[in-house]
Design a protein around this ligand. Structure first.
Ligand SMILES: [Zn+2]
Length: 211
């Protein structure tokens, strides 16, 4: 637990420093044997410590007495862990470019091969629902079908991973692809890669990096 808590704090600060979470926005979680561990509500990321994190049992009750208030968006984290057994970590951001595209309620298309980090050739945009509601989680699950990322209309981005490292990487990569898409649109009509090419890259990424 202590090790998990430290890893979650480090990942949250890394995302904040990388500009993915303006102000106190966004949240991160990890699956635990008893439920999930999540960042608190209204967090000042530079001051976050492992004791500020909240472990929730299924249904959203904190496991520790006098625990801080969990992120108001804990519901969709729980809904995703329930439906996606391979997912062990979730990063949610209000990062600038992904959120810009979400305000247009458009998917992010394959303008760059690194969209394959999300395992798909198009990052879908979930229908709008008020933050913190079960409806938002249901909409997100639909948009996340077979994918490691989706946009939330007029809200932000959700990134998933088998590990915290992977979920963080997906969040950074998809924010970058969203930025490239936005910039390309300013200059013209971007040329998109086809599904077969993205599937080749998805397979290559599975074995990329150090063994
Ligand atoms: Zn949010």
């Amino acid at each position: 637990m202590i090790k998990d808590g430290l890893a979650l704090v480090k990942a949250a600060q890394h995302c904040w420093e990388g500009g993915l979470m303006p102000g106190t926005s966004g949240n991160l979680s990890m699956r635990t044997p008893r439920g999930l561990l999540i960042t608190p509500s209204g967090v000042q990321y530079p001051e976050l410590t492992p004791s500020d994190l909240v472990e929730l049992e299924p249904g959203g009750r904190p496991l520790r007495a006098f625990s801080p208030v969990p992120s108001s968006e804990w519901r969709f984290h729980e809904q995703i862990y329930e439906r996606r057994p391979e997912v062990n970590a979730i990063v949610h951001t209000h990062s600038r470019y992904a959120t810009t595209i979400s305000c247009l309620r458009r998917p992010i298309p394959a303008v760059h091969y690194m969209i394959a980090a999300a395992g798909v050739s198009q990052v879908r945009c979930a229908d709008y629902a008020t933050y913190g509601t079960a409806e938002l989680g249901q909409n997100a699950l639909k948009a996340l079908d077979g994918a490691k990322a989706c946009l939330l209309a007029n809200h932000g981005l959700i990134a998933l991973g088998r590990t915290l490292k992977e979920a963080t990487k997906v969040a950074f990569e998809i924010e970058n692809v969203a930025a490239l898409y936005w910039h390309a649109l300013q200059a013209g009509q971007p040329v998109l890669l086809d599904d077969a090419e993205i599937q080749r890259v998805v397979a290559k990424l599975e074995t990329y990096g150090q063994p």
